[in-house]
Design a protein. Structure first.
Length: 182
C-alpha cells in the first residue's frame, strides 16, 4: 500500500528533471539537485534552527517548523563562481576573470558564498520556477525558501554550490506554507 508520502517523493523526483532541463545561460549547466526525504528533514530543520541563533534571523526558525512538518524537500543549488564568459558586469566586477579572481579574497558571514555570476543566479531562479511548476501540476503544496538552501549549504549537502534554495513539499488538507507567523 502506498502512502501520500510515496507520492510526494515521486513528485520531488519529477521536479528534479524539470529543474535540470530549464534553460541555462549560454547552455552551460551549473545546477545541482538533491532531494531530502523524510529521514533528512529533521537534520535540515535542526540546522535551520542553529543558523537562526548564529545569524540572529528568526525567519530560519519559522521556516524550520515547516521543514519539520514537510514530506520531502527539493534542494537546488548553483555553482555561481562558474561565469559564462560574457563580461556583463552583473556580478559587480569588471569582467568574469576579475570576479573569479575575487572569489578567494571574499569571506562570507553566512552559508552563501560570493561573488556570483548573475547569469548563474538567474539560471537558478528559472530552474526553481520550473520545479515548482511541476509540483503545482501534481497538486503538491510547496514554497520556495532561501533559508532551506542556506541550511543545505551549511550542512555541506551541495559542496560546490555557492547559492541554493529549498522547495519543501507537503500533501495535507491545508497548505502548511501559508498563514504562518511572521
Amino acid at each position: 500500500m502506498q502512502t501520500a508520502n510515496n507520492g510526494v517523493m515521486m513528485v520531488a523526483q519529477l521536479m528534479a528533471p524539470s529543474a535540470r532541463t530549464a534553460p541555462k545561460g549560454k547552455g552551460r549547466d551549473s545546477l545541482e539537485c538533491s532531494i531530502a526525504g523524510p529521514e533528512d528533514l529533521a537534520i535540515l530543520s535542526n540546522e535551520m534552527k542553529r543558523l537562526s541563533r548564529t545569524l540572529g534571523l528568526s525567519i530560519f526558525s519559522r521556516d524550520a517548523e515547516n521543514i519539520s512538518a514537510s514530506d520531502a524537500c527539493l534542494i537546488l543549488g548553483v555553482r555561481g563562481r562558474e561565469p559564462v564568459g560574457i563580461n556583463c558586469q552583473g556580478c559587480g566586477y569588471e569582467g568574469c576573470d576579475t570576479m573569479v579572481a575575487a572569489t578567494g579574497a571574499v569571506t562570507s558571514v553566512g552559508p552563501f558564498k560570493g561573488p556570483n555570476c548573475v547569469i548563474k543566479i538567474s539560471d537558478l531562479g528559472i530552474a526553481v520556477g520550473s520545479a515548482v511548476k511541476t509540483a503545482s501540476l501534481h497538486n503538491v503544496d510547496n514554497r520556495v525558501m532561501y533559508t532551506v538552501g542556506a541550511a543545505a549549504l551549511s550542512l555541506g549537502w551541495l559542496p560546490e554550490c555557492t547559492v541554493a534554495y529549498g522547495v519543501p513539499l507537503k500533501v495535507s488538507g491545508k497548505n502548511i506554507f501559508f498563514d504562518r507567523e511572521k
